[in-house]
Every structure is written in C-alpha cells, then in structure tokens.
Write a protein that binds this ligand. Structure first.
Ligand code: AMP
Ligand code: MN
Ligand code: MN
Ligand code: MN
Length: 286
C-alpha cells in the first residue's frame, strides 16, 4: 500500500513522526510521504533507526497557496529538505501562520475568549494551524465539533476568520521543483471549483512546472474520483494517492484508506514518474 499525504504534530496531526511511521508500517504501508503543512521538521527529527525496514519514507510538504482568492494546497514529494530557497519559503509561510494566529487571538480576546497564545505555545507544532485553534475553541466550550468551529468561527464566514497572504501556486511549485521535488495539487474537489475553473487551475499549475494531482483520497466518492482521473488523463498529469491522515480518531481518513486508482489512469500513477525515487527497502508499490 502507498500513502502520499499525511500529517504529524509538527503541523496539525496528532502523532509524532515516530508514531506515524510505526502506525503506517503496522497498517502495511510500504511507501509513506509525511507532508506537514508548510513544515519539514518531521523529516529532520526522524533518524534512520526510526524507519521500519520495509517502509520507504518520502520527504514531503503541503504548502498553502492563494489562487483566485482561494486557498489551494500544493503537496511536494521527494523534496530536498536542506534546500535553502525552499526552506526560506517555508519560514515565510510559518511566520504568516503565526501572524494569522495572533490576529485571531485578538479577535477572540475582544469577544472575551482568552488564552489562545498560551495554548498554542504549549503545542509541539512548527506550523500553527486553524485546526489547533478549532481544538482550543472546542476545549473551551465555544464549539461542539471541528466542523462547527470552522463554520461558525474560523471559516470564510466565521466571526473570527482571518486570512493569510499565502504564496502563489507558481512560487510553491518553483520552490518544490528547485528542491528537486515533484509538485501535486492536493484534494482538488475540496476547493468547490466548477469544471472550467478547475481546468484553469490545473493548466496554470502545469504551466508553472507542476506534475500531478491527487486522484484518490479519503472520503472521495468514486464518481468524483472518475472525474478527476479523466481530468488527469486529459491534462496529461500524473495521479497521486493520499489519505490526508491527521489522527487515528478520524477512522475514515486513516493511513492507506484510499481507493485504488481507476484502471484508465493506472499508467499515470505517480510512482511511474521518471523522477520517482525508489529504495531497496521500498520496492515497487502495491
Ligand atoms: P490552516 O492550514 O491553518 O488553514 O488550517 C486548515 C486545516 O484545518 C486543514 O488542513 C484541515 O486539517 C483542517 N480543516 C479545515 N477545514 C475543516 C473543517 N471544516 N472541519 C475540520 N477540519 C478542517
Ligand atoms: Mn490539516
Ligand atoms: Mn490540505
Ligand atoms: Mn493535508
């Protein structure tokens, strides 16, 4: 099994990098990409001894970008985590995350909700996420669920909403490519784009040097997966597969809980990409 999209506690995941790779190995994953939001800290913390022998760990990231006034997530795989321009982009993104959290903290304070800064400081993360702020609101009794925390408080129409001036898609792709990575559009159906706009997004992404789109991921209806597979073929892109795992508690997004690629785009599977790197341990997928 293969899973090319997952998070640790260095962004908004629940598990340490060590616990994540252990869980992946236990679930029979042979190739795992850790793709934290705007951070590669997990990859710095993992030592060779932490990686189970039959698991290939892929250095990855998920970069938040702005396109047409929407947040689009770009995954980078096989990135050189020591590449300087790539790291400076991540640092700028992390700073934007801190600024946004401060801004939300001020809005919360005005509504009489205090303590966000202390709550965030105690977390192990490098990239602060609204997901953490949602947890803070739930723990304080200000929201009953993640969904509600976003719809009522943190989402576009939420009362404490705050935007960040993320980098552009082309900046993200350029940085990933310069760090020898493969760039992938994450979960394309979550942006609520119509077909025409999604095509335009993919065309601009490809033009900027992007390679692939996620065709199979958690909770994606098979009909929608087919639409994405068709688009992948039409746009001559590569097809990626990833659960977007954050926590074992969300069972339908567990590691490896993704459908196989539809037969008509199997030959576009990302692991057939010429820049895909294999290891002795990993071997061919599936
Ligand atoms: P951020 O990267 O700070 O903008 O936070 C977005 C993260 O929050 C995403 O990566 C998801 O993990 C999570 N998230 C976003 N929207 C929702 C939602 N409606 N319900 C639950 N989690 C969400
Ligand atoms: Mn997340
Ligand atoms: Mn995402
Ligand atoms: Mn993700």
């Amino acid at each position: 099994m293969i899973d090319l999209h997952s998070h640790t506690w260095f962004s908004d995941g629940l598990l340490s990098p060590q616990a994540l790779v252990q869980r992946a190995a236990e679930l029979g994953i042979r190739q795992l990409a850790i793709t934290d939001h705007d951070s590669v800290a997990a990859h710095r913390r993992l030592a060779p001894i932490d990686i189970p022998t039959d698991l290939q760990l892929i250095a990855g990231v998920e970069i938040s970008t702005l396109w047409d006034n929407r947040e689009i997530h770009i995954v980078g795989l096989f990135v050189d985590i020591d590449d300087a321009p790539f790291n400076s982009l991540l640092q700028r993104q992390q700073e934007k995350r801190r600024q946004r959290a401060l801004d939300i903290g001020v809005k919360l304070q005005k509504a009489g909700i205090t303590g966000l800064e202390d709550y965030l400081t105690a977390l192990p993360c490098e990239a602060i996420s609204r997901n953490h702020i949602a947890d803070f609101l739930i723990e304080g009794g200000h929201a009953t669920s993640k969904q509600q925390a976003f719809s009522k408080h943190l989402g576009k129409r939420g009362r404490f909403h705050s935007t960040a001036d993320w980098c552009s898609i082309s900046e993200a792709v350029t940085a990933i490519r310069a760090a020898n990575g493969i760039a992938v559009v994450a979960h394309p159906d979550r942006y609520k784009l119509n077909r025409v706009k999604l095509r335009r997004l993919l065309a601009e992404f490809s033009e900027a040097g992007g390679d692939a789109l996620e065709v199979s991921y958690s909770n994606l209806h098979p009909d929608k997966m087919k639409v994405l597979a068709d688009l992948c073929c039409e746009m001559s892109m590569w097809a990626s597969v990833g659960s977007d795992f954050h926590t074992p508690h969300t069972t339908w997004m567990d590691l490896g809980r993704v459908r196989k690629l539809p037969a008509h785009c199997e030959d576009r599977a990302l692991w057939l990409h010429p820049r895909w790197e294999t290891t002795d341990q990993g071997g061919p997928t599936d």
